[in-house]
Design a protein around this ligand. Structure first.
Ligand code: MN
Length: 285
């Protein structure tokens, strides 16, 4: 199932190129959710509600996806995690930029996972508001995990059970000397979308072809098979420090080919099973 949030906080199921309105399910789930829960009530309720939501979608009239305003697929993520330097070719390109031997580069095991601010998350109907256009702003193409249920110290064997679904993401980055989580947490620097594809539709998350274009020109092209820490390992590693909550986003790392983004650029981040996140960069108002 492909689940989206759209227009004025509506919930939809995407079938083909149509969005079917299942907002009444969202209303009911939210009404019975505890205010003090961590994470997102709709994502947490999906296992119980899945069949009802699919039945509702079949009854609801569709609206072309091109005519809706797509929002981030999760309304209330409790956090946004991200993996640094998780593709070998990206580690090599960053080492080459610095002019330092690749062996001296601190890998993910030593660097750990970092957090991006929740306020940096946007959906594809928004524009990426480049706040410091005079500095180097770069695109990082990433597959994003959406956590499905609460867990801590999750084993590799159980990791996939904790995933609700996946979407495409851009870990937008201002290059510079400040702390990584600061430079990557600017408002709008975590676009996600176009919708969430539930985990049951992804046969092997460690074999997803991914490609990013800027103004139609391919800049990044890889496959999650090239991840240094694969999807299961990322969940095991992150949950050895954090409790994961339903609706948490997890950016899995970027392959090589990161490059500059200027106001006006159109960026496409796509994987055939996950769809195409297509978004424009602009300036902060
Ligand atoms: Mn990244």
């Amino acid at each position: 199932m492909k689940l989206c949030r759209y227009d004025d906080d509506r919930l939809g199921v995407v079938i083909g190129d149509m969005v079917h309105d299942v907002t009444p399910a969202q209303d009911e789930i939210r009404k019975s959710a505890r205010y003090d829960m961590m994470g997102d009530a709709v994502i947490a309720a999906l296992p119980d509600w899945r069949a009802r939501i699919e039945a509702m979608a079949k009854q609801a009239p569709g609206k072309p996806i091109s005519q809706v305003k797509l929002l981030p697929p999760v309304a209330r993520p409790s956090k946004v995690m991200a993996a640094p330097t998780n593709y070998k070719a990206h580690v090599e390109e960053m080492a080459a930029r610095r002019g330092t031997p690749v062996e001296t580069h601190r890998g993910i095991a030593a660097a750990g996972i970092f957090l991006k601010s929740n306020s940096s998350v946007i959906g594809q109907s928004e524009v990426i508001p480049l706040r410091f256009p005079d500095r180097l702003n770069e695109h990082e193409l990433e597959v994003v995990i959406v956590i499905g249920k609460k867990g801590t110290n999750i084993s590799r064997e159980n990791a996939l059970d904790h995933i609700a679904g996946y979407c495409m993401g851009l870990d937008m980055t201002v290059r510079g000397k400040e702390d990584r989580s600061f430079r990557k947490s600017v408002d709008g620097y975590s676009p996600v979308g176009p919708y969430m594809v539930t985990a049951d539709e992804i046969a092997d998350p460690d074999d997803l072809p991914i490609e990013l274009t800027v103004n139609g020109v391919t800049k990044q092209k890889s496959n999650t098979s090239q991840l240094i820490y694969d999807i299961r390992k990322l969940i095991e590693f992150a949950s050895s420090y954090y409790t994961l909550h339903p609706g948490d986003y997890f950016f899995t790392g970027t392959p090589s080919g990161v490059g500059p983004v200027q106001p006006g650029d159109w960026i496409s981040a796509a994987s055939p099973p996950l769809g195409e996140l297509r978004i424009q960069a602009g300036r902060q108002d």
